[in-house]
Design a protein around this ligand. Structure first.
Ligand code: GLN
Length: 287
């Protein structure tokens, strides 16, 4: 590949490359992309600004900056995203893990503190971020992760292998292909955006799999399906925690109430938005 035409090859150092990029894209993104090309820690960009880029490195960096200019998410360009302190592989067949989803992990850990071998189900696992994190953070849990997308399951399996997490994977459209298993904890970050929401056409979200994002007219179709099916899969005393949209907490609480859950509550994310709602299954008529 040839170097970018605007700058001669072999002459570009780290400082010049970042200056060129920051005129086009966000400086933080430029740093992440340059670190990806140079396979170096952040400190190198600061400590050694006069280091020259090889012609191939400069060409690769230019190509990534141009793709970012066209809107592609940084996580898909580098193929990685950090979640709960670990690096996950991501490709355009899976949703890019979000910091707010770490709230689901924290709730699971808080509710099962001191408990061993809890049976956990992650529904719509995508990259496997939730399932792998719970497998590694809980005390010897038994984790099953499902997704209807075979391509997503390959990514999740690769992450479980890379991070040495013990997770069983099932290709299933929500509960349809699950066996007779029962769980003490079900978590899900399902699609929850209204199909006509303009957010789907903006920013990074445009490049993410639509099937992981959009869920019917109000964005509640998948949340409703999971809530309806969960009682038959939860052991008595088990918990269901669901991530949802910024304006869906009331609706999800009422779905849980209608299904007969107890101890229904919502929790706020770091932005102060009610982002996860959950409830406890105590058996029919045990509210
Ligand atoms: N929080 C994501 C967004 O608004 C959506 C994630 C999801 O649908 N599960 O971009």
């Amino acid at each position: 590949m040839n170097a970018h035409p605007q700058t001669p090859a072999g002459e570009v150092d780290i400082a010049a490359a970042l200056a060129w990029a920051r005129a086009r894209i966000d400086l933080m993104d430029a740093r992440v992309l340059l670190r990806h090309v140079l396979q170096c820690p952040a400190s190198r960009l600061v400590a050694w600004p006069e280091q020259k880029l090889a012609a191939e490195e400069w060409a690769e960096f230019c190509a990534l900056v141009e793709r970012r200019t066209a809107g592609e998410p940084v996580a898909y360009l580098t193929g990685t995203r950090e979640f709960y302190g670990r690096e996950f592989m991501v490709t355009p067949v899976v949703l890019i893990p979000r910091p707010e989803t770490e709230l689901l992990v924290e709730l699971a850990l808080a509710h099962f503190a001191g408990r061993r071998t809890v049976r956990v189900l992650d529904m719509g696992t995508g990259s496997g971020a939730l399932a792998v994190t719970l497998a590694l953070e809980m005390d010897a849990p038994e984790v099953i992760a499902l997704d209807r997308s075979r391509e997503a399951l390959w990514v999740a399996m690769a992450n479980a292998a890379k991070l040495r997490a013990s997770v069983s994977f099932v290709q299933s459209d929500w509960f349809s292909a699950l066996g007779e298993e029962h769980f003490e904890l079900i978590v899900a970050n399902p699609p929850y955006i209204a199909a006509a929401d303009p957010h789907l056409e903006q920013g990074d979200v445009r490049f993410e799999p639509r099937g992981a994002l959009a869920a019917g007219v109000r964005g509640l179709d998948d949340l409703a399906e999971i809530v309806a099916g969960a009682p038959a899969r939860l052991l008595n005393g088990g918990w269901l925690f669901l991530e949802h949209g910024y304006d869906q907490a009331v609706a999800v609480r009422s779905l849980l109430a209608d299904a007969g859950f107890a101890a229904i509550a919502s929790w706020t994310d770091l932005a102060g938005i009610e982002r996860v709602t959950g409830g406890r299954w105590l058996g029919r008529g045990q509210r």
